[in-house]
Each structure stands twice: as C-alpha cells, then as structure tokens.
Write a protein that binds this ligand. Structure first.
Ligand code: NOJ
Length: 548
C-alpha cells in the first residue's frame, strides 16, 4: 500500500469543521472520555513501521466519530527510545521518528477544529541519559551534576550502591559512572532521576510546560504527568531494608514514592496551568498506598485528575468491583474531585486477556462508561483487542524484559509490556493491516484483520459499534446524570446502579444468566438481553443499560 492510499482518510485539514471545544462550566475533564494514543502504535504515515504524528492526524475523524472528548498522546519528544520515549533527550523537540514541531502544531490545530482536546505526556521524574544536562553531568560539570542524584558508593572502595533501592524494572536503582560515583535511576539506567530539591529543575520544567501550553498559539490542553508520585525522595535517601520493592508499588510506603513534598510541585503546576486559562488540566500518574493518599493529588488547588488504577487489579467479581467503585468515589468526593477510571493502558495486560474473555471486556467497558467521573480508553480496546502473548523475544523492546533476560529473575515490572503495544489494525488486509504503508515495529497476529476497524464498522454486534453507541448515549445523557449513583438490590454476583437522570446499569459477573425485573427501557447491552413480561434475562458476563 502506498502512502497516498493509506492516508485516504486524511481530513481536509484546512476546512472548518466542528467548532473548537467550548469552555465548560463544570470543568470539561470531570466526565470526559479521554482516548490514549500510544503514538508509536496508532498509525504510521511514512512507512517506517512506527506510528507518527501525521498518522494520528489522518485518523482524527475516526476518533471524532468514535465520540471521545480528548486524546492523550504518549511521549513523542526527542529520545533514544530506551523506554518507548519515556526517556526524553529534549523536551522541546519532536523525535524525527514521529515528525517535527510543525506536525505537532498541525495535529493540535486539526484536533481542536474537530472539537477534540489534546493532552500530552510530560516526564519530569527523569531525563534520558542523552539529555544535555546528564551529558554535562557525566563530563563532570558540578552544576549539571547537582540536578541529578549522584552519590559515592558504600564499602571500602565505593563499589556498593549508595542504598538498597531497587529499580522498578528490576536490579539496583543505581549505576556507577566512570569517575566512581553512582547515580539514581528508579527505572532504566538510561533514565537518571532528576533532583527536585534543585530550583533549576523546577524552573526548567515550568518553561517546558509553558512551551507546550503556547505552541502555535493555543497550545495543548493539558499534561499527563509521568511518575507524578516519584519526583521527591525521602531526605537522606534511606535504606528500605526489604527486597522486591517494586512489587509493593501502590501497596506500601516507599522512600522514593508518594512523599509529601510532591504536592507542592503539583500545586505550583496547577497555578501555572490556570494562568493559561481554566480548561488546561494536569492528570497524575500516581501510585499511593491508599485511596485517601491518592486523593491528595486531586485536591482543589492541585491536579485535576489522578488515574484510578484499582480496576487493573480487581478480580471479575461483582462485590469486589462494587468495593472499588465505592472506595474510589468516597476518596475523590472527599476532596471534591471526579474519579478517573482505567481498564487498560500501555503498561498492563489488555483487559480482554486479563479478565478472561471478550464478553467480560465488553461488559466492563459498559460498566465504566456508566459511572460518574472521567474514563480513559486505551487505543484498541474499542476493537476488543487481546494481549499479544506470542511475541518473539528478539522483537520485544520493553527495557524490563531485556534487563530480566540479562540479569536472570527480575523483581521489577514483568517486562512483558510489548504485548499491549502491538500496532492496531485499521484494515482487514495489507502488510500491516492498514497501520501504515510499510510494516509494523512489532509483529501483528493474523487475527488482527478480523478485528480491524474496517471489519467491525457497520456490524451491530461488533465491539467497535458497542463503544460508538455507548459513547453517543453517554454524551446524550451527560447533562443530567450528575456525579452520584445509587445501588439497587440485586442477587449475588450482580451489581446494579442508577444515576440521576435515569440511567440504570446492571452488570452480571456470573457465568450463567440472571433474571431481574426490567428496570426501564432497554438502551444498550454488551450481549443479547431477553425481556418477557417485565422480566429481563441478563446473559452471563454481560452488562446492560436501561433508561428508568
Ligand atoms: C510510567 C509509564 O507509563 C511507563 O511506560 C514508563 O516506563 C514509566 N512511567 C517510566 O517513565
């Protein structure tokens, strides 16, 4: 397929389309559906097998028609790609893999013209080891060294790391440099941690945020803040005294995560965002030991959203799911913030595979879309894509995988994150199923054709059409659903909730159908519903929406 054919879906970018998003009275993010674009795997315009900004531009009409409110773009900055771009060498440049600054501006223009907001990723916990600051630090410049955590090692000749901290990707969180000192990296050695006690680090990141907030005039609509909980470390960098620290993330206190000092940074960023208008948002990728600690990130003077990752670890069981909903809402409501639901992202096994079936994945999506708050969708979940588990080792790029392969057993992240990052299928056929005019940086499985956008469009039973309908109904209901819900009595293994305005959502997590009194007019279901004389028969592992 040549580039012209591949880009036939490109919008007439200079023509006026839908009006730009109107300022929202209540804060647009409070109930927004935000679509995560994993840039290298969404759409490739130039045939190098890697997705790019022009590719995304060409697919904006698809996203507009899907019915999402905003996009979150994963990092597309200049980077050696040691961790899929989360190792940034220049925060003000687009990596040539993905295009140039002019492409970023054009993408923002096009998205805004279509009524879509755009959030970009910012990576403030660490830079790339190729960033000019770190290169200068390695060359011995003391000013540059003071922007990172350099320490002498322990032991008679300093041959032991300065403390016992482990990297999230496995192995020690310290690497020794040629001059004998060590530097801290909570992730890969190519991702040295910045020292946020240094005012120069603050000033530089404020300048970077302003750069993107004003790019091309209107700029971006906000930032997804990577490792927002890790920027401040406990004074003195104390030992932890336990192994397998990465397994405790989000479950226990750690001296490198969720320190009280991070909040002052985010409060400063909130002021900066507001100085560019009321609609610019910050969303924290934050892991905290309790929902109450997580809620601190979304206090009124802090960030607008924090991802709620509880469903990533929740079993397929109605009572457990209800507990997640209740706890999450109680915590965020206590600070006046909305919840921010997530089923999948580029770091976890796709939820179709995690939950065990497509039926459950479809049902889970309907549940989340019925809840108060905002929902983040991960590209490809609207196609019901499974995790790709059969990738050859040599194709894998996750740094945690290679660290594990080199060092043996890892105690960190599993290193299998490539399986959810396989480029998504747009067409039934073709070298990369319409991903681009060349190949695909990770091999796509054969089933991709049948799961493609082309194959599912117009099929009323497809997952894509289910998402389209759900998003349309959610938009139509939006004005009167409020931010609360009430629980309705149902049998074990089932949960039922109603929203102000009359939406009733019933989820059956059992492996057999259940019958309940039909609560209203059937709106949408993830599997066929039987209705007879006021009784509704809800299929196993399915979810149904009614208008009461
Ligand atoms: C979280 C990102 O989502 C992940 O992909 C990345 O590896 C780490 N932060 C480090 O930046």
């Amino acid at each position: 397929m040549d580039a012209a054919t591949h880009n036939e879906g490109l919008p007439a970018t200079r023509e006026p389309a839908a009006p730009a998003p109107a300022p929202a009275a209540q804060g647009w993010w409070r109930d927004a559906v935000i679509y995560q674009v994993y840039v290298r795997s969404f759409a490739d315009s130039d045939g190098d097998g890697v997705g790019d900004l022009r590719g995304i531009r060409g697919r904006l009409p698809y996203l507009r028609a899907l019915g999402v409110d905003a996009l979150w773009l994963t990092p597309f900055y200049a980077s050696p790609q040691a961790d899929g771009g989360y190792d940034v060498a220049d925060y003000r440049a687009v990596d040539p893999l993905f295009g140039g600054l002019a492409d970023a501006e054009a993408l923002l223009d096009d998205a805004h013209r279509l009524g879509l907001r755009v959030i970009v990723d910012i990576v403030p916990n660490h830079t790339s080891d190729r960033h000019a600051w770190f290169r200068a630090a390695l060359a011995g410049d003391p000013t540059a060294r003071a922007r990172y955590h350099f320490r002498p090692g322990k032991g008679p000749d300093g041959a032991l790391p300065p403390n016992d901290w482990e990297s999230v990707f496995g192995g020690p969180a310290w690497t020794r440099t040629a001059d004998g000192d060590w530097y801290l990296h909570l992730f890969a050695p190519e991702q040295p941690d910045l020292d946020w006690d240094n005012p120069e680090v603050h000033a530089e990141f404020e300048a970077i945020l302003r750069f993107w907030l004003t790019l091309g005039g209107r700029g971006v609509d906000g930032f997804r803040i990577d490792v927002a909980h890790g920027m401040v470390k406990a004074p003195g960098l104390p030992d932890i005294g336990r192994k397998e620290q990465a397994r405790m993330i989000g479950a226990q206190e750690l001296p490198f995560f969720d320190q009280d000092g991070v909040h002052a940074i985010h409060q400063g960023w909130r002021r900066l965002l507001e100085s560019h208008g009321p609609d610019r948002i910050g969303v924290a990728e934050a892991w905290a030991p309790t929902t109450e600690r997580l809620a601190l990130y979304v206090r009124p003077d802090e960030l607008h959203q924090a991802f709620n990752f509880h469903f990533l670890r929740c079993p397929w069981e109605a009572a457990a799911m209800r507990a997640v909903i209740e706890e999450s809402m109680a915590a965020t409501t206590s600070v006046g913030a909305p919840t921010t639901w997530v089923l999948s992202n580029h770091d976890v096994v796709r939820h179709r595979t995690r939950l065990g079936s497509l039926e459950r994945a479809r049902a889970a999506a309907l549940l989340l879309l019925a809840l108060p708050g905002s929902v983040y969708l991960y590209q490809g979940e609207e196609l019901g894509l499974p995790e790709v588990t059969a990738l050859p080792d040599e194709a894998r790029q996750d740094p945690a995988f290679h660290r594990a392969a080199r060092d043996g057993e890892t105690t960190g992240q599993d290193g299998l994150r490539d399986g959810c990052r396989v480029p998504i299928p747009w067409k039934r056929d073709g070298g990369s199923y319409g991903f681009g005019p060349g190949g695909s940086w990770l091999p796509q499985p054969q089933e991709w054709g049948a799961l493609s956008v082309e194959a599912q469009t117009g099929d009323p039973d497809s997952t894509l059409e289910l998402y389209r309908t759900a998003l349309r109904l959610r938009r139509e209901l939006r004005t009167d659903t409020g931010e609360t819900l009430a629980w309705l009595p149902v049998p074990p293994g089932v949960l039922a909730l109603s929203r102000p305005g009359g939406l009733v959502c019933v989820l059956n997590t059992r492996d057999e159908p259940v019958e309940i009194p039909a609560p209203g007019r059937l709106l949408l279901a993830s599997a066929p519903v039987g209705e007879d004389a006021g009784t509704a028969r809800i299929a196993a592992n399915s979810c149904v929406w009614w208008a009461a």
